[in-house]
Design a binder for this molecule. Structure first.
Ligand code: ARG
Length: 463
């Protein structure tokens, strides 16, 4: 006889129940209840397969499948009583099914184990998240496209080292982020295609002697095929790691953009005005409008990177096949997914609602000798100078303007000719920021014609 307090699922060989501390460190129900819908979908597919292969009777399978739906409605309705003693979502669901339908519930676990069950549930959960992130990324990219279209030919300073470099267009800058988030989208889709193999039926680690049909369950659950090696199937968490690494890169992009919004919305820059809906005020300084959403996006990457490192660390020393260490996969992924989705939604909202200040952008575009390269290029093109010499001549002109506290277009022709006699009146045309950006027509360049071509290409992708 076993002690009444030992576990009803695996207590057969145990004389006593677990210590309270053991229960606390062992239980995952506090967090894995988030996979209830996936667990029940997996069990329903398994039950249908057990009947189709003659392993259980049709009536037993029907009772299981119906009962599982009732369990799900109890969980969704909030009336389900989760028990820590039952460790995890798998055993909580099965125990409740037993209370409801009796003996047939005991047959559900035929030909499977919690090891393939949890791998399947978690994959289904991660797959749903990949789809959610896919949608959120597309929404953000569309908001960026709208911004790009509205200001395809607005000029602004382009920076390197956060020092004025050359004028660029607002549309070009917005489209740079579209490219970045476009790569995130493609990483998410790659991960989804690669992970879509079903672990169910790998059982504990070695497969099973029951005549199960793994193609049937894989197909039922929307997987492309069953995972090919049972040892790998139960011990693989690459899909979670791929999600976390794609999420980390995406979060890094979000953070860079957030950083720009923080800088751009400052009184010193005034490049953008963030909407009231995505800003906060100060309790002491009445004039303040703070870009808190951008700051929090910038900060949240920490936990997403952290989740990636944490799970890599959990996995790195594990021998095949399953080890309980792997139970630590879920909280990291849940937290990263929640925060990534929140950050994506907040960024989309900010981008959708923000207005770019065309005048401030244009005024800044011309400052800092931003068209010095255009001047040097003109010396090469028109005066036939080697680029290195043109660079030197332009440098002298910049120094002259800087000494007088003026910009390059404000130098007189005489002043310019005192540096180099080849300079003519035509030079002034290339010193204007609009001409500067319009001239950069190379593929992928900042000229409005190129930016509009980029926008048109992405619009076809993001229908
Ligand atoms: N709660 C466990 C997890 O999340 C389920 C698998 C337990 N398997 C086992 N052999 N103890 O990983």
């Amino acid at each position: 006889m076993t002690d009444k307090t030992s576990n009803q699922m695996w207590g057969g060989r145990f004389a006593a129940g677990p210590d309270a501390i053991m229960e606390a460190i062992n239980a995952s129900i506090g967090f894995d209840q988030r996979m209830a819908a996936q667990d029940i979908a997996g069990s329903r597919a398994h039950a249908a397969m057990l009947a189709a292969t003659g392993i259980v009777s049709d009536s037993d399978a029907e009772a299981m499948r119906e009962g599982l739906l009732t369990v799900l409605s109890e969980i969704e309705g909030g009336s389900f009583n989760f028990s820590t003693a039952l460790e995890d979502i798998h055993m909580n669901v099965e125990a409740r099914l037993k209370e409801m339908i009796g003996e047939p519930a005991g047959r559900l676990h035929t030909g499977r184990s919690r090891n393939d069950q949890v791998a399947t549930d978690f994959k289904l959960w991660v797959r749903d998240q990949l789809d959610a992130v896919d949608g959120a990324l597309q929404a953000l990219m569309k908001a960026l496209l709208t911004q790009a279209e509205g200001g395809a030919d607005w000029v602004m300073p382009g920076f390197t080292h956060l020092q004025t470099a050359q004028p660029v267009t607002w549309g070009h800058h917005m489209m740079a982020y579209v490219e970045m988030f476009g790569r995130d989208l493609s990483r998410i889709r790659d991960a989804r295609a690669r992970m879509n193999e079903c672990p169910l039926g790998a059982a504990a680690l070695a497969g099973t002697s029951f005549p199960i049909d793994r193609d049937m369950t894989a197909n039922d659950l929307g997987f492309d095929r069953p995972a090919a090696n049972s040892l790998d199937a139960v011990s693989d968490r690459d899909f979670a790691l791929e999600f976390l690494s794609a999420a980390s890169i995406c979060a890094m992009h979000l953070s860079r953009m957030a950083e720009e919004l923080v800088i751009w919305s400052s009184a010193q820059f005034r490049f953008v005005t963030l909407s009231d809906r995505f800003s906060t005020g100060s309790s002491i300084m009445p004039q303040k409008k703070n870009p808190d959403a951008a700051e929090l996006i910038r900060a949240k990457i920490g936990r997403i990177f952290g989740a990636n490192v944490a799970l890599m660390t959990v996995m790195k020393g594990l021998p095949l096949a399953y080890s309980k260490d792997m139970q630590e996969d879920k909280e990291q992924v849940f937290d990263a997914a929640d925060n990534l989705m929140l950050a994506l939604a907040a960024m989309e909202g900010m981008v959708r609602d923000m207005s770019a200040n065309r005048e401030s952008l244009e005024a800044a575009a011309g400052s800092g000798f931003s068209t010095a390269t255009d001047l040097a290029d003109w010396l090469v093109r028109v005066a036939g100078m080697p680029f290195r010499e043109a660079h030197h001549v332009t440098g002298s002109l910049v120094a002259m303007a800087e000494k007088d506290g003026i910009d390059l277009p404000d130098l007189s022709l005489e002043q310019m000719q005192s540096v180099h006699s080849a300079i003519t009146d035509d030079i002034f045309a290339v010193l204007g920021v609009h001409n500067s950006v319009a001239s950069r027509v190379s593929y992928g360049g900042t000229a409005p014609v190129q930016v509009r071509a980029q926008i048109a290409r992405w619009k076809k992708v993001l229908v």
